[in-house]
Write a protein that binds this ligand. Structure first.
Ligand SMILES: Nc1nc2c(c(=O)[nH]1)N[C@H]1C(S)=C(S)[C@@H](COP(=O)(O)O)O[C@H]1N2
Ligand SMILES: [Mo]
Length: 380
């Protein structure tokens, strides 16, 4: 692999761009134990998290939904904008937004999560968008299902993948490209993949992909290409930067590893009590406290959430899921006694997956679904 194409952690907005590729050693994305960098601060302030107290809402108000934007938010004119469907398809064509809005309309509540969520909790820290745990959100996405559109386009037998390309462009890992991801024909044809033009009952805001985005329920967020401009059928595996080397589980910059696809199970807790402004330390009054939170998985339905208080696990009460691809709430009654306590929660899903206690470290800092732990001070 050339120096230019050496992988960086996903979600890094091309920190190599300003430097000559030959000088890019050590890698800008190399893991570190050092303090947060200026570049990470810049990314963290552009790409905001969902504050954990917003877990109280079954559907995240859109301004509180997490954001991840690699390059710049493109300014697209909805009258000039077209979705091009091409490549190997039998009937290439373009759609206007109005034409897409007149096709079958469907609304699906979906919990989306960034594959880098939890990255900054890994040690050493992969340098990229430094998520704590807030890279997630649940919204009601409205659009038209992709499968009938592909059916109309005619996917020939020799087509292997569909490439979804956004209108945003930039440099990452030394490579200039438009943001693009692919899906196998079977995954793209699965009934729940949407071309979304509304979220929570409003047109998509610019930051979430206006005028149209792909939405792939159950998969980590990078799959759901925003500012969608084309869909192309190809007869080989797509190798654009955001497909590979990005979003693969590896132990070094050199190996290729396994692609990250479906969302691993995760439970999160609304931090109880009140916070200290600077440290975010929590203070709770002694007595009965209803702990609550939400849990989700892209591998199946969440069928168990457990809460640990001072080392002892017990099962939480589950609420119905907001939808087949959206989280479910959980509650756990706790009698808080004065002193310091450690709380934790973890989800298990119908595929048999559960959350690990420790992060499973990988070079790009992906898919870290280690259990959430928080310490609270209970006041008498
Ligand atoms: N065109 C384009 N699509 C994109 C991205 C991007 O930078 N450009 N970021 C991806 C990533 S990594 C994630 S996690 C989700 C974030 O979606 P959201 O910002 O609507 O929450 O969008 C995905 N789609
Ligand atoms: Mo992401």
């Amino acid at each position: 692999m050339s120096v230019e194409s050496r992988p960086q952690p996903a979600d890094t907005a091309g920190t190599t761009a300003a430097r000559p590729a030959a000088a890019a050693s050590p890698l800008p994305g190399a893991p570190t134990d050092g303090p947060l960098t200026r570049e990470e601060l810049h990314l963290a302030s552009r790409n905001h998290a969902q504050p954990l107290e917003m877990l109280q809402w079954p559907v995240t108000p859109i301004g509180m939904h997490y954001l991840l934007i690699h390059f710049d938010i493109p300014k697209l004119d909805p009258t000039a904008w077209r979705l091009r469907i091409g490549g190997l398809v039998e009937h290439p064509r373009e759609y206007t937004l109005t034409e897409l809005r007149h096709r079958e309309r469907r609304t699906v509540p979906v919990t989306l999560e960034c594959a880098g969520n939890g990255r900054s909790l890994m040690e050493p820290r992969p340098v990229s968008q430094p998520w704590d745990r807030g890279g997630f959100g649940t919204a009601e996405w409205t659009g038209t299902p992709l499968a009938p559109l592909l059916h109309d386009a005619g996917i020939p037998a020799d087509a292997v993948e569909l490439v979804f390309t956004g209108a945003d462009r930039g440099i990452q890992g030394g490579i200039e490209h438009s943001y693009a991801r692919s899906l196998s024909v079977a995954d793209a044809m699965s009934g729940d993949v949407l071309l979304a033009y509304e979220v929570n009952g409003q047109p998509l805001p610019p930051q979430h992909g206006y005028p149209l985005r792909l939405l792939v329920p159950g998969w980590y967020g990078m799959t759901s290409v925003k500012w969608l401009s084309s869909i192309e059928a190809i007869d080989h595996a797509f190798e654009g930067y955001q497909q590979t080397p990005a979003y693969h589980l590896t132990q070094s910059a050199e190996e290729l590893g396994e692609p990250v696809q479906r969302i691993r199970p995760r439970a999160l807790m609304v931090p109880p009590g009140i916070p200290d402004f600077f440290t975010r330390e929590r203070f709770v009054d002694a007595g009965p406290v209803q702990l609550r939170g939400r849990a989700w998985s892209g591998h199946g339905s969440v069928d168990k959430v457990e809460v640990r208080v001072d080392g002892v696990w017990a099962e939480a009460e589950l609420e119905p899921a907001v939808g087949p691809y959206a989280w479910r709430g959980w509650t756990f009654p706790w009698i808080a006694s004065p002193g310091t306590h450690e709380l934790a929660c973890r989800a298990s899903d119908s595929s048999g997956l559960t959350q690990p206690e420790q992060p499973e470290w990988n070079y790009q800092g992906l898919a870290n679904n280690a259990v959430q732990r928080l310490t609270v001070t209970v006041r008498g």
